[in-house]
Design a protein around this ligand. Sequence first.
Ligand SMILES: CC(C)(COP(=O)(O)OP(=O)(O)OC[C@H]1O[C@@H](n2cnc3c(N)ncnc32)[C@H](O)[C@@H]1OP(=O)(O)O)[C@@H](O)C(=O)NCCC(=O)NCCS
Length: 224
Amino acid sequence: MTRCASENRYPATGLEWSHSGPIRCELESERLVIRNYTLDDVEPLFEAINESREGHLLPWMTWCQDNHHTVESTTKYVCEQMLAVAQPMTFTNVGTGIFCKDTGRFLGGSGVHDVRPDSASCETGYWIRRDAIGNGYAREACARTISWALEEQSHGGLGLQRVRIYCALENAHSKQLIEKLSIRQEVHQRRDYVVDGVGVCDRLGWGVLKDEWDCKNHCVIPHA
Ligand SMILES: CC(C)(COP(=O)(O)OP(=O)(O)OC[C@H]1O[C@@H](n2cnc3c(N)ncnc32)[C@H](O)[C@@H]1OP(=O)(O)O)[C@@H](O)C(=O)NCCC(=O)NCCS
């Protein structure tokens, strides 16, 4: 996302991030558990996506347009995630589930995507099932996921140096969530990409560096 076409044309020496074991995500925050998917999550995930697809996940979550219309499709997704996290050498993205800590109810999805070993960076994203929005769960999950991405591997994190978040200008709820995290907006690409049913949208991008983020309190370090 937002790469320049001439990027990566020549081999370059970068940060050469790597991860030595399976990518285990077992996070807790005040009200949430955020963790890797297991086969037990197939049914709640399928149900949440199908309750939320029209007019909520769409138009923004394009992956659910053609996928998750059957339990088999959701099973395939969960199996792919389980395989991806078991192979850290080829790890580029992992979807994680967001659950209510008190009840165990499946609330939505988050994860890290487009992991780039050369710059030790990743993107993060999130969605919350329709009947659970407006509770601050997405913001809590996003902040906790940023801490996981930037935390040292010796403390259970991914040990990355930078996290990126993107959304369309037209996606007001997502934009508001990111703004409330107070991370730095870096990108505003006007009329940059097409979202089905919305038209040509502006792409907004935010970035946070390891030394700008408090991984204990899951927030920006003031004046970092
Ligand atoms: C974008 C999306 C995740 C936002 O969900 P959300 O629940 O509105 O987001 P937040 O977690 O930031 O919650 C914010 C709201 O919860 C309220 N809230 C209630 N309790 C809260 C608490 N304890 N902490 C924080 N906020 C709380 C806030 O006041 C705010 O309400 P407001 O919008 O009326 O001001 C959701 O709309 C969604 O899933 N959209 C579809 C998928 C999508 O677009 N994903 C992003 C792609 S870039």
